[in-house]
Design a binder for this molecule. Structure first.
Ligand code: PLP
Length: 456
């Protein structure tokens, strides 16, 4: 990628395209990888080189690349009704079908589905719903939403505020008011000397309660959590964490929001991460694997407790004054509906359960590598955390860019993976086979050894 030919796609990309989550100076110097095709778990670049997509894109292309049934579903719906909206008592038939389907498979009893186009929009919608809900109940002080350090909930103004990562706030004048962040429940990183996992989980719950009491429970509206934190580093909660958190939320009448944008639809070995971790949320957001990422669609599911208040208030003031042009877009809905059908027919949850032991075993083989501090994961998601010192758990200095360098070596070897802080993340398409898992980690092993040679 160092030799950028004039007028090449890479050169035109530099000339015209501002990328998200990219160092633009480095992009101008090095160019970007330009993908042109995909099939199964592989994507191909403009020169025909194949890469295993170890991240399913951005944790999303669950059925891999080239699922013809999704293509056909989109074309059929494009021909029939390419667009309709959901404002002022209108909708398209396929959007109704999708809403019904989602309520049918929700991890806990849910009442209604609200559609949007991205995870960020879904979580932004939730923030507004929570405020609207409490205003409708006359609890005008109960507005603060607690998220977690290293939580990831998106990049729009409210959802980026919920996100607990410094780069999403820095120089953007975020977070906005009324968003608080409690501790990140990462036992390996934040567990104290001699503290058991159970004691750590208890300390996390105590700290949340302390924050609620310090702020005043009548000011705290909601708590949002990913079942497994994704972009924060694939952090699996300590055993018992959500069992301890939930009674606290109930005690202070605080709504519980599960951000299932990554965990939803089989990733953790159940249809939803909420089932894996025994979470009983009032509100659930989903996106990504809802359509296997073939078209942009997200959804907010709300229970009857929340819906009944929104309904009554919209009746009282005349409208629920929120809605996107593309909410419930019929082509996106048709692709999502077909995706859910495929999950059902191929029994995707069983498929993940069958394949996950191989994935976890192959990943955990790296635990002994001198660069590896922790290997963690559940189902078909995991991370390998790179450390400077295995004994003391000391991290590399951020400017060393250890994860970026490892990703680079892996990319040369035909594997796409990404560093989340210093954790190399793996979240392959759910259709990956055992042989492909072995090949993915064979490539990673070579990339990690190259990194080891590079740091020494
Ligand atoms: N929530 C979680 C857990 C995510 O991982 C993401 C994206 O990675 C989002 C929300 C934001 O979704 P989007 O990028 O579609 O706005």
């Amino acid at each position: 990628m160092n030799q950028i030919k004039p007028n090449s796609l890479a050169a035109r990309d530099i000339a015209y395209h501002l990328h998200g989550y990219t160092n633009a100076v480095r992009q101008e110097q090095e160019g970007s990888l330009i993908l042109t095709e995909g099939k199964g778990i592989y994507v191909h670049d403009e020169n025909g080189k194949a890469y295993i997509e170890g991240m399913a894109g951005l944790w999303c292309a669950s059925l891999g690349f080239g699922e013809e049934r999704l293509v056909d579903a989109a074309i059929r719906q494009m021909r029939k009704l390419p667009y309709y909206h959901t404002f002022s008592q209108k909708t398209s038939s396929v959007t109704v079908e999708l809403a019904e389907k989602l309520i049918g498979i929700a991890p806990v009893p849910m009442s209604k589905v609200y559609f949007a186009s991205s995870g960020s929009e879904a979580n932004d919608t939730v923030v507004k719903m929570v405020w609207y809900y409490n205003n409708a109940l006359g609890r005008t002080k109960k507005k603060k939403i607690i998220s977690r350090q290293k939580g990831y909930h998106g990049v729009t103004v409210a959802s980026a505020s919920l996100t607990g990562l410094p780069n999403n706030h820095r120089d953007f004048d975020l977070p906005i008011a009324n968003i608080l962040h409690t501790d990140c429940p990462h036992y390996y990183r934040y567990g104290q000397e001699g503290e058991s996992e159970a004691q750590f989980a208890q300390r996390m719950a105590d700290s949340l309660e302390k924050l609620i009491l310090a702020e005043g429970p009548d000011t705290i509206a909601a708590f949002i959590a990913e079942p497994v934190m994704g972009a924060g580093g694939v952090i699996v909660p300590p055993a018992g964490y959500f069992d301890l958190i939930q009674p606290i939320l109930r005690k202070y009448d605080i709504l519980f929001i599960a951000d299932e944008v990554i965990c939803g639809f089989g990733r953790t070995g159940n249809m939803f991460g909420s089932q894996t971790f025994k979470m009983k949320p009032d509100i659930v957001t989903v996106a990504k694997a809802l359509s296997s990422a073939y078209l942009p669609i997200s959804a907010v599911m709300i229970n009857e407790k929340v819906y009944s208040v929104l309904r009554d208030n919209s009746g009282k003031i005349g409208v629920f004054g929120h809605g996107y042009t593309y909410s419930g877009n019929p082509v996106c809905a048709a692709v999502a509906l077909e995706t859910l059908k495929i999950y059902e027919e191929r029994n995707i949850v069983d498929q993940v359960r069958r394949i996950a032991p191989t994935f976890q075993r192959e990943m955990r083989r790296f635990a002994d590598h001198p660069l590896v501090g922790e290997v963690r994961g559940v189902g078909l998601i995991g991370a390998i955390e790179l450390v400077k010192n295995k004994q003391t758990r000391e991290s590399f200095a951020p400017q060393q860019g250890i994860a970026a360098q490892t990703s680079k070596f892996c990319q040369e070897l035909g594997l796409i993976t990404r560093g989340m802080a210093d954790g190399m993340a793996f979240c392959p398409p759910l259709i990956i086979t055992e042989a492909e898992i072995e090949e993915m980690f064979r490539r990673f092993s070579k990339g990690l050894d190259a990194t080891w040679a590079w740091v020494r």
